[in-house]
Design a protein around this ligand. Structure first.
Ligand code: RNT
Ligand code: ZN
Length: 430
């Protein structure tokens, strides 16, 4: 096992002993830790490839992020400069995350053989390399259209553009992407999720809010006129509250996409960084899912203006995980990660965020759900709050370490040594 290279700081016998003690503690509360770990192992997160190269992609003459509504800050050395480097980095990250997960690609990560292939001309063949790699790594693929970082997105409008040529270009791009996603899904024999986010909006006060939304609606209807089997691909639409360059108006707002998704049988994608800071995405699950089959989540961490900080095990993540588990939504909620930080080791950023989400889910799986339900009655509020407080003090860390041990990845923060070694061996030589 790779993490045994330098020997575990905490030996496996100590991890097992700590687990056994914590199993008893949880059992006293009516919680079966073995069962929680079985369930945790079955959860697949979708890991976003774009953390590895600061949302750059591998197109020839890539326009960069300028004017795209996305901003990546930091200049930490060692970012992936090619698709091979990106895959090597992803492989390293996956080796430090317990469980079997998915990889989330963006259209701009195709392999175009040095040829200038424009976004309305991309095809499955440009992703063959990814498919072969994913098969070898036993990963399923998800996919995203890339409606930013392109000269025709520089005006700030894509699918809602009033320039019909521009609008048509992006409609064609998304159509190509959905087709690719469906082919990937067919070949991997599991649905490939396709998420659509566009940067469209306006930096300053618009006089016409209706026009661009009418255009977006028209574009979406054109795009989704082509139907694919949900066994092959599933569509999600991702809203945003505001972006850089779309501070005053976002065409694809939450209400717009919610309405669209519910009337057209599509999923919405809720990105944790895309709502007002006091709004709870956890709360939205039980509000949307009675009317929609499934939801896609982008787990992120909003800080001030930035919606894409590396995910930590904060209250938001804990509440989200608790809501998924308590409401038995694990098979209706798809969990993807979405953040990008160019200021820290990028492999470490993947590992830190993915492990934080899994830990959040573990904490949720370790709740005594029946007992909590029982305490839902109004007169039991104090008992409920007191139990919730008590649960926070239970030793989930020992359960987590045991899970890591069993799944062949480093426990606690011992993954950091592996990331640092990879940095010395590989990243620092780039
Ligand atoms: C942007 C959205 C979107 C992107 C990725 C790169 O605000 O969150 O999901 O982060 O498509
Ligand atoms: Zn997102």
């Amino acid at each position: 096992m790779p993490f045994l290279r330098g020997g575990l700081k905490m030996g496996s016998a100590a991890i097992e002993a700590a687990y056994s003690a914590s199993r008893d503690k949880y059992a006293e509360r009516g919680v079966d830790t073995d069962n929680a770990l079985d369930r945790l192992r079955q959860i697949a997160l979708s890991l976003h490839c774009w953390q590895g190269d600061d949302v750059g992609g591998f197109e020839k003459n890539a326009a960069g992020l300028a004017g795209s509504g996305l901003q990546v800050t930091g200049a930490y050395p060692g970012k992936a400069r090619s698709v091979d480097e990106l895959r090597a980095d992803l492989h390293q990250a996956f080796s430090l995350i317990p469980g079997r997960h998915r990889v989330n690609l963006h259209a701009m990560y195709g392999e175009f053989g040095g040829q200038p292939v424009d976004r309305n001309g991309i095809e499955l063949e440009h992703f063959r390399g990814w498919q072969d790699w994913a098969r070898r790594e036993q990963l399923k693929i998800d996919f995203n259209a890339t409606c930013f970082a392109h000269p025709l997105a520089a005006s700030g409008n894509t699918l809602s553009s009033r320039d019909n040529g521009v609008r048509k270009f992006w409609v064609d791009h998304v159509k190509c992407c959905r087709k690719i996603a469906a082919s990937i899904g067919r070949e991997q024999q599991a649905p490939c999720l396709h998420d659509l986010w566009i940067p469209d909006g306006s930096k300053d006060v618009p006089a016409d809010r209706w026009g661009p939304r009418a255009m977006l609606l028209k574009s979406l209807d054109e795009i989704f006129a082509v139907e694919y089997s949900p066994q092959q691909m599933k569509d999600a639409l991702e809203s945003k509250l505001f972006g850089i360059g779309s501070e005053c108006y976002v065409v694809g707002s939450h209400e717009f996409y919610l309405g669209y998704a519910l009337t057209r049988g599509k999923m919405i994608c809720l990105d944790l960084g895309h709502f007002h800071p006091t709004e709870s995405v956890a709360d939205k699950l039980s509000a949307v899912l009675p009317f929609s089959g499934e939801i896609l989540l982008h787990v992120s961490r909003g800080v001030r203006w930035d919606s894409d900080h590396v995910v930590l095990l904060n209250d938001e993540v804990r509440e989200l995980a608790a809501e998924i588990v308590r409401s038995q939504l694990l098979d209706r909620v798809h969990i993807a990660l979405d953040y990008f930080d160019a200021g820290i080791n990028r492999v470490g950023a993947w590992v830190l965020g993915a492990r934080a989400v899994l830990k959040g889910l573990l904490v949720a799986l370790l709740e005594p759900h029946d007992k909590l339900k029982e305490l839902e009655a109004p007169a039991k509020t104090l008992s409920r709050l007191s139990l919730l407080e008590e649960l926070k003090a239970l030793p989930f860390g020992a359960v987590w370490d045991f899970h890591c041990l069993k799944n062949g990845v480093p426990p606690a923060d011992e993954w950091l040594r592996e990331v640092e070694a990879y940095e010395r061996r590989v990243l620092s030589r780039r």
